[in-house]
Design a protein around this ligand. Sequence first.
Ligand code: G6P
Length: 367
Amino acid sequence: GLVDKEGHRHFMAKEIHEQPEVIAHTISRYVDPAEMTVRLPKGAFDFKKLDRLTISACGTAYYAGLVSKYWFEKWARLPIEIDVASELRYRDVPWTKNGGALFISQSGETADTLAALREACANGQQIAAVVNVAESSIAREADVIFPMTAGPEIGVASTKAFTCQLVSLACIAIAAGRERGTLSAEEEKELVGGLLEIPRLVAEALKQSDKIEAIARDIAKATGVFYIGRGVSYPMALEGALKLKEISYIHAEGYAAGELKHGPIALIDENLPIAVIAPMDAHFEKTVSNMQEVMARDGKALLISCKDGIAAAGARAWASIETPKTHPMLAPVVYAVPVQLLAYFTATTKGTDVDQPRNLAKSVTVE
Ligand code: G6P
């Protein structure tokens, strides 16, 4: 057929491995490598005038949006409202006068996301969308489309669309910062430099496959798995838990690392491993201390960090996965890889139908 697995056991594996290429392609739609600047399509938001940006999506696309909230706030000092589309569409949102609304969807056909878009449009918001399918309903109804070029995604669990959404959103947030005068030319250069390294770092992260497969053999026996992270790694904890439950059917929860002590820590025991997403950023020490609280209660901690992070904190962890060092704010794009592989190999160990998990659909066109 038009799309095949190209030697991979599943579409999901193929799509995970395509990421260096499709991410590079998506970045090339935004970045001017000679100038080390970002450019957006014509008619994109007038970021200077925006008084708020509302972001909405479903599932994995929503978690991409949640990562971008940290970017828009930090780089563009732009107030962000974010919610899953199935809630946003029925909330009585006090829309602002000069608001923009950004919708993220791989398929461009998710019913709740489309309905939230129409609601925002009816309330005078400027509408933009990050979509993978250019001829989709969401693409048609948006005022402006921000490109992502992941290519067709067949596996029900989203992988390459997620990382391409992330790099698109990073570029939009950088441009927003430049236009609003909150990000200097030097800072833009540094971030663009970080972005241009990502395809190589993602390829590097994929080399941990065998090690992750071995760890997944143990995870497959767990009664449940927690994922924790702080800052941009918090949405990654949510995405990690979603990926695992979608395809391995193991109960998983993502938590903000600092919130663990307010309840979920009561569940920790040797049958409930906890994946700690801890790039070496400003939150590293704090996240590690949350990991130590888990270990003090006989919890099995799986530390996902860079070489230095593992050297600093991995000694008593149950296991660790090494991830290449990245620009700290851009870490989610690279940390997506171990998160995806862990879910994938846990599912293949259990023998579930990875590409067509039970009860799930690739695109949910009903409410
Ligand atoms: C379904 C899929 C998810 C996806 C979500 C949003 O639930 O199973 O993988 O993240 O829809 O899809 P969209 O096409 O709007 O990104």
